[in-house]
Design a protein around this ligand. Structure first.
Ligand SMILES: Cc1cc2nc3c(=O)[nH]c(=O)nc-3n(C[C@H](O)[C@H](O)[C@H](O)COP(=O)(O)OP(=O)(O)OC[C@H]3O[C@@H](n4cnc5c(N)ncnc54)[C@H](O)[C@@H]3O)c2cc1C
Length: 377
């Protein structure tokens, strides 16, 4: 696989760099983490700027190399990350692009790209996380609508979302993987209650969502009725395979900042710490290569990353935790100060080996679907 860039791609890089250098200084500061409406407006505003400058579709349409250059340059320049646009841009949108009808693509994709609508993900339930196919939120047909009742948990950005990629059980008598349907739920429909959950890191990152006889048009179904598990595999392969790619560059930036801080505060004199930072440097370089491979492999297989994303997700989530543990070592007792830049990130890094599927589950997927080992259970 050739991972080098062509002159045209390097030209794209130069143009993007120049645009970022011109645009970023004029941006207002990002609202505080607990100002959800402010963060929504800010994240959508950034997406709008990308749209107007012609960069909004880079996550979806561009060649793998152009997509990677975009991620690399925006992160290196310290541009805002996708934020509240995470689900829409990085996995609901790509799922609709791959599995939706023309009418669904026309309805949902442009507002995501133009920075007009935020999506969230309603997959997990109180007793259906790792065993996602055990979900119990029911949906039954009533004319041109599904009527949905049940509850979801850990729904990131639910408070500010316009739409939710929702999994429901439409075939209660079918084997559990075969009775699931993927729906686009409008978050302003009557019967939805969103209750924020606070976390160790502070502000409410996610919420419980209660659904009480919520009507969802049948036209909002992506894929066939009871074929939602197959569509879900597409969503999860985007979520695990490519959605975190930009964050690898961000981690490399943090690592460089840690080396600077260690030199300043004298911790650099400790050879064990230097070795630790060096190992992390090698790990994140390898992860960036894996990102390149995943994005290119997805392209080669029709745009969907597949089970290989689990390898990336597993390694990345542990490397991220190691990075912030090293940050605590560099900071010493200051690592308890929530105003230090790395402290909230360290607290939230703990969740990375759980969100988007736990490490144990990624191990099983790699064993069964990539290595072809027999099923453990
Ligand atoms: C920060 C964060 C954001 C999230 N955002 C969203 C979101 O926006 N939308 C959404 O739908 N969900 C979201 N989630 C939920 C996430 O997907 C689930 O927490 C995750 O899938 C684990 O499920 P669970 O919490 O029910 O744990 P459980 O499934 O109860 O697992 C508990 C423990 O048992 C282990 N275990 C379970 N089954 C097996 C098995 N078969 N083999 C080996 N070990 C096993 C697990 O690895 C884990 O250690 C988020 C979670 C976090 C932490």
């Amino acid at each position: 696989m050739d991972l080098s860039y062509t002159p045209e791609e390097e030209e794209f890089r130069a143009r993007l760099r120049e645009w970022l250098a011109r645009t970023l200084p004029a941006l207002p500061p990002r609202p505080s983490p607990d100002d959800w409406p402010g963060r929504r407006a800010y994240d959508l505003g950034w997406q709008r700027r990308l749209y107007e400058a012609g960069y909004a579709g880079v996550h979806w349409d561009a060649t793998p190399s152009v997509r990677l250059i975009f991620l690399e340059e925006t992160e290196k320049a310290g541009a805002p990350y996708v934020g509240a646009n995470f689900v829409g841009l990085l996995h609901a949108g790509p799922t609709i692009a791959a599995e939706g009808t023309d009418a669904q693509r026309a309805r949902w994709l442009p507002p995501i790209l133009r920075g007009e609508e935020v999506w969230c993900q309603g997959f997990s339930e109180p007793e259906a996380g790792s065993d996602l196919a055990a979900l119990r939120t029911r949906a039954w047909r009533d004319g041109d609508d599904y009527v949905v009742s049940g509850s979801k948990i850990w729904t990131s950005h639910a408070e500010v979302a316009d739409w939710c990629e929702l999994l429901v059980r439409t075939g209660p008598a079918a084997p559990k993987h075969r009775g699931i349907t993927w729906l686009a739920l409008p978050m302003d429909a009557p019967g939805i209650t969103v209750r924020p959950l606070r976390t160790l890191a502070g502000p409410a990152e996610f919420a419980e969502v209660f659904l009480d006889e919520v009507r969802v048009p049948v036209a909002n179904r992506v894929g066939d009725e009871n074929d939602g598990w197959r569509v879900t595999m597409v969503t999860l392969s985007f979520e695990r395979g490519t959605a975190f790619a930009g964050e690898v560059v961000a981690c490399r930036r943090v690592l460089a900042e840690l080396a600077v801080e260690a030199r300043k505060n004298g911790r650099w004199d400790d050879p064990a710490l230097r070795r630790r930072l060096g190992r992390l440097n090698a790990e994140f370089r390898a992860l960036w290569r894996l990102t390149q491979w995943n994005v290119s492999a997805a392209e080669a297989s029709g745009g969907v990353p597949g089970a290989g994303g689990s390898v990336f997700k597993l390694r990345y989530s542990h490397a991220r935790q190691d990075l912030y543990d090293a940050a605590a070592e560099v900071l010493g007792p200051d690592c308890l100060d929530l105003d230090r830049p790395w402290t909230p990130d360290r607290l939230s890094s703990l969740a990375y080996t759980i969100a988007a599927g736990t490490s144990q589950v990624q191990h099983s997927i790699i064993a069964e679907r990539i290595l072809g080992l027999p099923k453990g259970r």
